[in-house]
Design a protein around this ligand. Structure first.
Ligand code: RIB
Length: 307
């Protein structure tokens, strides 16, 4: 396997809204979509759609959603040997609200994802040791994330941590053990307690993390592109402008695509440029995974983007 994603899966319940209801108010919303999501699963599917061989380690519930989630991984050729059902527990669910400006608000109910434990990593260690990259997020217990980072370091496997959703409990010494630490601007703000409205503020906030010893910090900035910060260097990747209709899962699109190109080329800049385009494509469609292009669609999009 090229990539192991140790992380979450969710059932996305996406409501497209004109406005948020006030307390006690009932409002009609124009549209609804249900789909497979979860930050870990989204990143796995993004990389798999581009051709990486991916294994997913995650937990589903014993409800009506579980088999559909497993079938979805298999449909995109993601290995499910370590996708397990947890008896008596619901699958992870994410009610998402997307407004007319394409921005999203997400609630997560972890459900079975909260049951992914260090012992699961131990059981998969023979398979995991053969992977070229491990990707982690924070929709599973922190103790599992820490265990996975130590495991990756011990076996010299590059590791990427997407600290999403941001947690003030995250021990940043573990972020320093990762090859790539990849928050979005909101997560950077929460992790540092500093404002991130301008590029100068983003750099100041990022510098406080780099000062702790982070190796590579990549911050995704939505319509402002992305930045890669390390030691005394900062590289800004300009965004590719598109007509956005739903930004849900765009950060995961970026990370899954970045992982695919990083392990294929070893070139961080190129991986960021591709990831930026892939994420741009994703915001032009509804849903999370459902808006990610496959390799052929992405190649066609790149040709248009180059003109
Ligand atoms: O990053 C987007 C994802 O966050 C959604 O798919 C939702 O499930 C939550 O995990």
């Amino acid at each position: 396997m090229d990539i192991a994603v140790i992380g979450s899966n969710m059932v996305d319940l996406i409501t497209y809204i004109d406005a948020m209801p006030k307390m006690g108010e009932t409002l009609e919303a124009p549209d609804f979509k249900m789909g497979c999501g979860g930050k870990g699963a989204n990143q796995a599917i993004a990389a798999a759609k581009l051709g990486s061989s991916v294994m997913m380690m995650t937990k589903v519930g014993d409800d009506i959603f579980a088999d559909n989630t497993i079938r979805n991984f298999q449909h995109f050729a993601v290995n499910t040997d370590y996708v397990e059902k947890v008896p008596g527990v619901s699958s992870g669910v994410a009610p998402i609200f997307v407004d007319k400006s394409s921005q999203n608000r997400i609630l997560i109910i972890k459900g079975a994802n909260a049951h992914l434990k260090p012992s699961d990593i131990e059981r998969a260690k023979v398979r995991l040791k053969k992977c070229k990259l491990i990707i982690l997020q924070l929709e599973i217990p922190l103790e599992t994330v820490y265990y996975a980072i130590d495991f990756a370091n011990q076996h010299h496997i590059p590791v990427m941590l997407n600290p999403a959703p941001a947690s003030k409990h995250l021990d940043l010494s573990y972020a320093c053990k990762c090859d790539f630490f990849m928050p979005n601007e909101t997560e950077l703000e929460i992790l540092t307690g500093l404002p991130v409205e301008t590029m100068a503020q983003i750099q100041t906030a990022a510098d406080t993390l780099l000062a702790k010893g982070l190796k590579n910090l990549i911050v995704t900035l939505g319509s402002k592109g992305s930045v890669w910060l390390r030691e005394n260097k900062i590289t800004h990747i300009e965004p590719y402008k598109v007509n956005a209709i739903d930004t849900s899962g765009a950060g995961d699109a970026f990370i899954g695509c970045f992982a695919h190109y990083y392990i294929t080329t070893g070139d961080v800049m190129q991986a960021m440029q591709m990831a930026s385009l892939f994420a741009a494509y994703s915001v032009t469609g509804q849903g999370t995974q459902s808006s990610y292009p496959d390799k052929a669609q992405f190649e066609q999009f790149m040709q248009t983007a180059r003109k």
